[in-house]
Design a protein around this ligand. Structure first.
Ligand SMILES: [Ca+2]
Ligand SMILES: [Ca+2]
Ligand SMILES: [Ca+2]
Length: 127
């Protein structure tokens, strides 16, 4: 009898676990507000290279972000409404780090002593 209860409990556990995981995955895929836009120049200059990156994502190096070497080249950025970003001066999430909050806009990273200096980055979804 107790063995049957155990089996039932295990089956219920599986039934409850699977939908939750599927829901999490779906939430990540459709999170259109989780992004960062990075700019090669100050003041979000759209005439110079810029790219919008969807999160969640981590870059241990910015050597190849959508086909371009972004190491030590970002001068301004815009954080999406549901993204939290940590940027590091060195690769592999090392060196001085600065955290950016949802909707934050930074027209000139040199004021944070991070202009043309970011080499790795973590983009998390949520506040
Ligand atoms: Ca320019
Ligand atoms: Ca630059
Ligand atoms: Ca650097």
């Amino acid at each position: 009898m107790s063995f049957r209860i155990l089996i039932t409990a295990l089956l219920m556990g599986v039934a409850f676990t699977v939908p939750v995981k599927a829901a999490d995955l779906q939430l990540q895929v459709v999170d259109k507000d989780c992004w960062i836009e990075i700019f090669e120049d100050e003041n979000y200059d759209a005439s110079d290279p810029h790219v919008k990156i969807m999160g969640p994502i981590e870059f241990a190096t910015l050597k190849d972000v959508t086909g371009r070497d972004w190491n030590n080249d970002i001068e301004s950025l815009i954080v999406g409404p549901n993204a939290t970003v940590t940027a590091f001066k060195d690769k592999d999430f090392k060196g001085t780090e600065v955290a950016f909050t949802p909707n934050q806009r930074v027209p000139d990273l040199s004021k944070l002593k991070m202009g043309n200096d970011i080499e790795s980055m973590k983009v998390k979804c949520g506040k």
